[in-house]
Design a binder for this molecule. Structure first.
Ligand code: GLU
Length: 418
């Protein structure tokens, strides 16, 4: 499968094939939905602080726009490639459909390590990338948001670059912006908060109480850090967290507020905080716990380590953290998986709220946002659970099948152009 053929794309494709097979999806639609609607590759020349010009490669892929404008994050990471971005765009399509948001899926990225750039270089890279993908994006066309390696500041630069081109302020061109330019309350923590809401529902389903639960989190970026904080606020004991280098473990519970101050405010590394015993990422995944939350990159749980996991519930904060082989092993072990397109959809749900608020120029209270987020997620969780139980299929297949079905309906109603 030519340019897109990378491990992450193969994973997204294999999941889709399995779901399409099970739901007997119309073969014409199946061919179409396997591939993205539109993919753009751009060169991003950047003047570095020392005067040299470095050229980076950027991407924006729109998987399907049958249900509305396309939506999805922008990732800055050295391993970004077309196949990965296309896979992530496809997952966004199913994620938005599952939560009933009027969006299709997209994703973008630049193959760069943002930690190696100065703030000025990062700004020039972002503005040039935004200018290159300008023809594709817009509040009614395609709306980017933060993802791995990007944040509210990067979104602000994209919003400004777009607004400069059209000649007036367009807050709705991106979500995850700072509040000062039309961002939404609760957007930054939304993915983590969503992970906690669906985890609480899963625990209830097993008659477990979050206050007697232990939680292990792989990744301490936006998703991992907010998940850790909110899990603890809800009464769980967070016993381990990790970053790319490894993790810290404390069986009686980590001091999360202290950890957040040290790492996020003072820039200390997890290891230097010495707030727990140091362990490798592999060891962390194998800890005995009620809930394991992978909140880092894709393909972390594979046939190599799946058999060693000791969690009751796997809540996928990251996109695509589990391979298909690992899925099978975990299912045999009786691990309950809350699949990525459900577990991490809190981010895009509050992005949707942000976009609606931008369109109306009318902003909501934090309480309204939390309640509406909870309402959508609890609903999506129980619909997926019911589907999974009545069709005797996994939560992942149930989520994919419901998402794909909504997209299929939209295609069938609209018909094929021309
Ligand atoms: N990057 C996030 C995701 O993977 C959020 C996307 C968005 O808010 O549009 O779901």
């Amino acid at each position: 499968m030519h340019e897109l053929d990378t491990p992450t794309f193969r994973l997204a494709m294999a999941q889709f094939d399995q779901a399409a097979e099970a739901m007997e999806l119309d073969p014409n639609l199946r061919e179409r939905l396997k591939l993205p609607q539109r993919s753009l590759i751009v060169s991003v020349p950047v003047r570095m602080d020392d005067g040299r010009v470095e050229v980076y490669t950027g991407y924006r892929v729109q998987h399907d726009s049958s249900r509305g404008p396309t939506k999805g994050g922008i990732r800055y990471h050295p391993d970004v490639n077309l196949g990965e971005v296309a896979a992530l765009a496809m997952w966004m399509t199913w994620k938005c459909a599952l939560a009933d948001l009027p969006y299709g899926g997209a994703k973008g990225g630049v193959a760069v390590d943002p930690k190696q750039l100065s703030r000025a270089e990062l700004q020039r890279l972002t503005r040039r990338y935004a200018a290159e993908i300008f023809p594709l994006i817009g509040p009614e066309k395609d709306v980017p948001a933060p993802d791995v390696g990007t944040d509210a500041q990067v979104m602000a630069w994209i919003m400004d670059t777009y607004s400069q081109q059209v000649g007036y302020s367009v807050p709705g061109v991106v979500t995850g912006k700072p509040l000062s330019i039309g961002g939404s309350l609760g957007r930054e923590e939304a993915t983590g908060r969503g992970v906690v809401y669906v985890t609480i529902e899963a625990l209830r389903h097993f008659k477990l109480d979050i206050r007697n639960s232990t939680v292990v989190i792989q990744g301490f970026g936006n998703v991992g850090a907010h998940t850790a904080r909110i899990m603890q606020e809800c009464g769980a004991r967070v016993i381990a967290v990790s970053d790319v280098n490894g993790g810290i473990h404390n069986a009686s519970g980590l001091n999360i507020p202290e950890l957040l101050t040290r790492c996020k405010t003072h820039g200390q590394s997890l290891r230097d905080t010495k707030l727990g015993d140091w362990l490798s990422n592999d060891e962390l995944l194998q800890l005995d716990c009620t809930v394991l939350v992978p909140a880092a990159l894709s393909e972390q749980i594979t046939e190599r380590n799946a058999g060693k996991l000791r969690c009751r519930i796997l809540a996928e904060g990251a996109n695509g953290p589990t391979t298909l082989e690992a899925d099978r092993i975990l299912q045999d072990q009786g691990v309950f998986i809350i699949p990525d397109i459900l577990a991490n959809s809190g981010g895009v749900i509050v992005s949707y709220f942000e976009w609606v608020q931008d369109g109306q120029r009318f902003f909501w209270k934090a309480k309204d946002i939390q309640e509406r987020l909870q309402d959508i997620l609890i609903n999506a969780f129980h619909r997926t659970l019911q589907f999974s139980l009545s069709n005797n299929t996994s939560m992942r297949m149930a989520a994919l099948m419901s998402g794909i079905d909504k997209v299929a309906q939209a295609h069938l109603h609209r018909g094929l152009y021309p």
